[in-house]
Design a protein around this ligand. Structure first.
Ligand code: AMP
Length: 113
């Protein structure tokens, strides 16, 4: 099923793109919860972590590589950052297209509620 992120991938909806290749897109979160907050998504439609298959291993790994590279580029690697993937209702997922939040730019609270 398509989500708002399908429209972003297809450029039918504007977003501030930070990184793009054939398989991955990273763009700024429209409602940032920290000075730096962007999303890293696979272009492949995967609803949530629960729908990841063995064949997606490289793709999921690539999401972390992209996170690492952007962290370096944005000079937040040393200070640190948080990667979050919410899953389903209790996890707080609101968009059912797999996405990794990259949150940084301030000291983040832990634990989350
Ligand atoms: P989650 O609650 O983990 O499913 O996260 C969904 C995220 O998508 C939220 O942080 C939203 O602010 C973000 N979001 C929703 N619509 C857009 C959009 N059009 N462009 C950028 N980010 C969006």
């Amino acid at each position: 099923m398509d989500t708002i992120f399908t429209k972003i991938i297809n450029k039918e909806l504007n977003s501030n793109i930070i990184f793009e290749d054939d398989h991955i897109l990273a763009f700024e979160d429209v409602n940032p919860c920290a000075p730096i907050h962007f999303l890293i998504i696979p272009k492949k439609k995967i609803r949530s972590i629960n729908e990841i298959s063995e064949n997606d291993s490289n793709l999921i790994g690539k999401m972390f590589i992209v996170a690492r590279d952007i962290a370096k580029k944005k000079k937040i690697a040393k200070d640190g950052y948080r990667l979050v993937i919410n899953c389903n209702e209790n996890g707080g997922q609101t968009v059912y297209h797999l996405h990794m939040h990259m949150i940084a730019g301030k000291k983040l609270n832990w634990p989350p509620g």
